[in-house]
Design a protein around this ligand. Sequence first.
Ligand SMILES: Nc1nc(=O)c2c([nH]1)NC[C@@H]1CN(c3ccc(C(=O)N[C@@H](CCC(=O)O)C(=O)O)cc3)CN21
Ligand SMILES: CC(C)C(=O)C(=O)O
Ligand SMILES: [Mg+2]
Length: 293
Amino acid sequence: MSASPAPQPRARVTLPSLAARAAAGDKLVMVTAYDYPGARAAERAGVDLVLVGDSGAQVVLGHPSTVPVTVEEMLVLAQAVRRGLTSPLLVCDLPFGSYEASDAQAVATAVRLVKEAGADAVKLEGGGRMAASRIRAITDAGIPVMGHVGLTPQTATALGGFAAQGRTVEAASRVLREALAVEEAGAFSLVLEAIPADLAAEITPRLRVPAIGIGAGPDVAGQVLVLHDLLGLTEGRAAKFVKRYASLLDAMVEGVAAYADEVRSGAYPGSEHAYAMPDGVLDAVRAGLGERA
Ligand SMILES: Nc1nc(=O)c2c([nH]1)NC[C@@H]1CN(c3ccc(C(=O)N[C@@H](CCC(=O)O)C(=O)O)cc3)CN21
Ligand SMILES: CC(C)C(=O)C(=O)O
Ligand SMILES: [Mg+2]
């Protein structure tokens, strides 16, 4: 047999290996995933971190915002992603309403994502007193936490919609203060979302932990994008920071339309898609019904 050998799995990404890579100046690559094929694509492409984002509320479940997604739904998505991943670090968002009430609620939710879905770490939004307390509590329970400041979609209504953040002296100072507070609370990394590139460049070197940007310019330790955005699976106007690397929704429509055409024309199924019956079987069936062969 000359079967090609199974691809060598890369070494598992760990918190120390991430920190070392970031310290060496290597850009960290994070992408979201919400199912098994998305996880396989991320794994095979060699990304460092995979985020089961609450953005799945929108890009997978069709909700208008991230707010409605439940812990149960995040568990289903994260379990599917876990089955497809071996080496990247698996981070799972804590959905809106699953951590704000108390430190105990936040720890209980994080524990479920680790125990029931195999998450390696969790992510939560915010940099104020509530968020800092939750990050400390979850970290103390032994679960690594990624922070998320700047544009925090779960509370976008309070921020004035999906607008870039940190563009006034007061707002920029607040994002900086929140990033430092998230690090101080024990986060191993944090997302900086939709802030001016110059502000992200000011914040990043003030942190010991890697800042992962989305709409935060190039001077951060790494980047994250929503998988469905970068693959062209989303419709409508995308945020300014989105770059499309494929047009998969167009490819999906073309594929389904070609199938529909062939069903209607009779070109599908062809003889190669049909099961053959052994000689004589139908004759015997007819004889059994009292018909002549
Ligand atoms: N598909 C998808 N991609 C994402 O990046 C994403 C989600 N969904 N859902 C959760 C949040 C919401 N995000 C968003 C959504 C919209 C904008 C947006 O359109 N922003 C305007 C800002 C304009 C302004 O600053 O006033 C833009 O033009 O980029 C930004 C982030 C990021 N996250
Ligand atoms: C965009 C990233 C950072 C996120 O939180 C998500 O996809 O839910
Ligand atoms: Mg999110």
